[in-house]
Design a binder for this molecule. Structure first.
Ligand code: ADP
Ligand code: MG
Length: 372
């Protein structure tokens, strides 16, 4: 067990890393953040900010020397970085789990081979791999295998000709072509698994997206208890098959009443932000606990909660007027301190809390319309 005031290492300096730093600080740990951006949200509040590339040998050597254990806030860390650090330090999650989560082909195949349900898909390495119009896969979504996020690197295609054009537009990099499903809902499960295999699951969250970016998360989800239990069981199975150590997020589609695994993230997740204000232990404290070997915290939700993302789009005319959002006394405003607001960039979020989900949802919709 690694106890405070040990130094912990965080690969990545975005908002997820920032909340890890906050949770670690609350428990009395120190944190070193590695991120090449001098103004990164996590780097700015870390005890030490190594402002270097993720494969910088000197920075990695310094991290290995000074940090008792190391984790990540994003899946695109080079595998070699995790392998190097793991030679001498505890690294959670493992390089092999991250390698699967960062590659859509490996991820889909892993989930399918683990016996979990996924949307029908084909792996596209060359144009010859594109299925014919009568394959049953169209209409479909073509997704690049690497570095896609927030709907980026995705194209909706009606037929083989459109798929070929999109594949060419993506520079013919390896892709997954996935049948476009009609969705009843999307939900996600965040869980933590410790080194002894204990798993603690957060409540199931219901997510809606706008332009491919998470927009609103409602907790608890408006689905049956049977489906909730099933989603938690599937996420648990996945964590076990991966021999996962750390916080894992699993996104699901619900289509024709059935759950399908969409994708996973080897870290806390935007849809788990409600846990900051609504759960006994939040997903970032859980990440600290799983990393250091402290017992996993109680994940019980004590308030119904609705989280709304705040994107850079509303900075068009300068800093938004926060007076309305801050006037709501059961609304928790979170701004990440990013210097530059760009359309689609996650600048912050807010969470409304209430005794019941529908009140929390109504308040969230009111607060969001006030923001513009
Ligand atoms: P990322 O979150 O990495 O951008 P996802 O694969 O989760 O990529 O896709 C983003 C969103 O696009 C999903 O949350 C969902 O709303 C929609 N989407 C993705 N794949 C499908 C599909 N096969 N059928 C229907 N909608 C999809
Ligand atoms: Mg997604």
């Amino acid at each position: 067990m690694i106890l405070p005031p040990a130094m912990l290492g965080m690969l990545g300096g975005g908002q997820l890393g920032r909340y890890f730093v906050i949770a670690a600080h609350e428990l009395g740990y120190k944190v070193t953040v590695l991120d090449p951006d001098a103004n990164s949200p996590a780097g700015r509040i870390a005890d030490v900010h190594l402002c270097s590339a993720y494969d910088d040998a000197a920075a990695l050597a310094s991290m290995a020397e000074t940090c008792a254990a190391i984790t990540t806030e994003f899946e695109n860390v080079p595998a070699a970085t995790l392998d190097f650090l793991a030679q001498t330090r505890t690294v959670r999650p493992s390089a092999s789990a991250v390698a699967i989560a960062q590659h859509r082909v490996l991820e889909k195949q892993f989930v399918r081979d683990a016996g979990l349900p996924v949307a029908p898909f084909a792996v596209i390495n060359t144009a010859q791999d594109l299925p014919a119009d009568d394959s049953g896969l169209y209409p479909a979504i073509l997704k690049v295998a690497r570095f896609g996020y927030d709907g980026k690197g995705q194209a909706r295609v009606a037929d083989a000709a459109a798929a070929a054009a999109a594949f060419e537009q993506f520079g013919m990099q390896t892709c997954v072509l996935e049948n476009m499903l009609s969705l009843d809902a999307e939900v996600s499960v965040v869980l933590a698994r410790d080194a002894d295999g204990h798993i603690v699951t957060f409540p199931v969250v219901e997510n809606s997206h706008l332009n491919g970016i998470l927009d609103v998360s409602i907790a608890p989800a408006r689905i049956s208890d049977v489906l909730k239990a099933k989603a938690q069981a599937l996420a648990t199975q996945l964590a076990q098959k991966l021999a996962y150590e750390g916080v894992l997020a699993v996104e699901f589609f619900i289509s024709e009443g059935k759950l399908l695994v969409n994708e996973m993230a080897p870290r806390p997740h935007n849809s788990g932000h409600y846990t900051i204000d609504a759960c006994v232990t939040n997903q970032f404290e859980q990440q600290v606990r799983a990393l250091t070997g402290l017992p996993l915290g109680d994940a019980r939700q004590h308030s119904a909660a609705v989280m709304v993302n705040i994107l850079g789009d509303i900075w068009q005319d300068g800093e938004p007027a926060w007076s309305k959002a801050t006037a709501h006394t059961a609304l928790k405003l979170h701004l990440y301190g990013k210097h530059e607001a760009r359309p689609g960039r996650k600048m912050g979020h807010f969470t409304t809390l209430a005794a019941d989900r529908d009140s929390a949802h109504n308040q969230a919709l009111i607060a969001r319309s006030e923001l513009g």
